[in-house]
Design a protein. Structure first.
Length: 437
């Protein structure tokens, strides 16, 4: 704890020399040999593991934060006029009180992939260390942290896919597991960017598909998903020389889950919703970071990363349009539970149509994708009927997040596309009384 407390200002020189002589490796040996998933080690074992990884990272990883942009200078105030003061006449008749000020605008959505630090790996305190084995152990630790009984049941996993001896947990992950994931991903990313063999070990690991599904998509603890997704994006950032291979690998892996995520979310949408449903570990609640990461990688590919271009995603666009049209109504009235799968599909479609003008007509026009009608009517303004009413009645988008995603997609479909704009205008006019047209 004293070591971590000194981290912001620098540890004592004697301690740095001690670790530089190889004693830091003894801390790493604890991580490599001890099972912090074993409940017999006490309730503070995950806190201890996170602290241990933080100490190791302090002496092995430099975090170089990006330089924030220089704020624009404030405008020079205008000179005070020298005219005579105005005379205010106060009426003796008291009018109605002034209306209350409008509420402040909501904060912008969190940016999970902005301002990521550049990581530089230092090997001074770790002589003769097998960093490939370290990376594999850290991947296993993160998987065990995320693999709750519910997730293992969903993915039909009965044993540790890494073949190790770490215990399988019998409870749900929490914020402590998020801190473990943060520290483990920091070490893995820094090590992989410094050692091509470590990166190759990650990309070719036979359990990587299971790791992605468990940690990034299905894990019920958002902080775990967030830190894992942030680390993967750091491996794929174009500023790194090895990013092309990582980008291509992880994008293909994530796209490979799309059909399964959509199908499983539809199953939940078709369940009987008359009784309360625990959505903590359902895809409608956990798929947010999966779609955000995939969205970032698709956008980068459309911009030329790893030799990509928008035309490579024509089939993906057709697939997404079909998913949006067929997606059931999952959001219910009177709750704030967002359908993360549907929001992710809407946002990913918006990213694609923004990258290629030809996609707008292909996805939006009636007789083709038909998304202008689908989003305007079914997602936003369809009203309940005598036959279709209740908590799951139309429209599909009821929460603020879902309606914002739908409006943004509709706006993008019509930006610079005259045919889509005409259709939207016609539908808007149809909603007005004839006397107002």
């Amino acid at each position: 704890q004293q070591i971590v407390a000194h981290a912001p200002t620098g540890a004592p020189e004697s301690l740095q020399r001690s670790l530089a002589q190889g004693r830091a490796a003894s801390l790493l040996k604890i991580v490599m040999t001890q099972d912090f998933s074993d409940p017999a080690k006490g309730s503070k074992r995950r806190t201890c593991l996170a602290l241990l990884l933080k100490i190791i990272n302090f002496f092995s990883v430099d975090n170089i934060l990006p330089t924030p942009p220089t704020p624009a200078p404030l405008p020079t105030p205008l000179p005070t006029p020298t005219t005579a003061p105005m005379v205010t006449v106060v009426s003796s008749v008291q009018g109605p009180p002034p209306p209350p000020p409008p509420p402040p605008p909501p904060p912008p959505p969190a940016q999970n992939f902005n301002d990521l630090p550049r990581l530089h790996f230092r090997e001074t305190g770790f002589p003769s260390t097998n960093f490939e084995a370290v990376a594999e152990r850290l991947l296993e630790i993160m998987w065990c942290a995320a693999a709750s009984p519910h997730v293992r049941h969903t993915l039909k996993i009965t044993a540790n896919p890494f073949g190790g001896h770490l215990s399988l947990r019998d409870d749900r992950p929490d914020a402590e597991d998020g801190e473990v994931t943060k520290q483990a991903m920091t070490h893995i990313v820094a090590s992989a960017l410094a050692h091509p063999a470590v990166l190759q070990k990650i990309l070719t690991h036979p359990a990587m598909n299971t790791w992605l599904a468990t940690v990034v998509i299905y894990c019920g603890e958002r902080s775990v998903r967030r830190e894992a997704a942030r680390g993967l994006y750091q491996l794929c950032e174009p500023r790194h020389a090895s990013s092309a291979g990582s980008h291509t690998f992880f994008l293909n892996q994530l796209l490979g889950f799309l059909q399964r995520v959509d199908a499983e979310s539809r199953v939940r949408g078709n369940l009987d919703r008359s009784s309360p449903v625990d959505t903590t570990e359902s895809l409608s609640s956990t798929a947010d970071l999966y779609f955000e990461l995939m969205d970032k990688l698709v956008a980068a590919s459309c911009d030329g990363v790893a030799g990509g271009r928008p035309g490579n995603f024509a089939q993906l666009l057709t697939q997404l349009v079909g998913m949006i049209v067929a997606h059931p109504t999952i959001e219910t009235r009177g709750t704030t539970d967002e359908d993360k799968v549907f929001i992710g599909q809407l946002n990913l479609t918006r990213t694609l149509v923004a990258k290629d003008p030809a996609f707008k007509l292909e996805a939006g026009a009636t007789g083709r994708g038909g998304l202008v009608k689908e989003v305007f009517v079914t997602c936003l303004f369809e009203i309940p009927t005598a036959e279709d009413h209740g908590p799951c009645a139309p429209p599909k988008c009821k929460t603020r997040g879902a309606r914002l995603a739908a409006f943004r997609l509709l706006t993008e479909l019509c930006r610079g596309c005259e045919e889509n704009f005409r259709e939207l205008t016609g539908r808007l006019l149809e909603t007005l009384p004839s006397s107002s047209r």
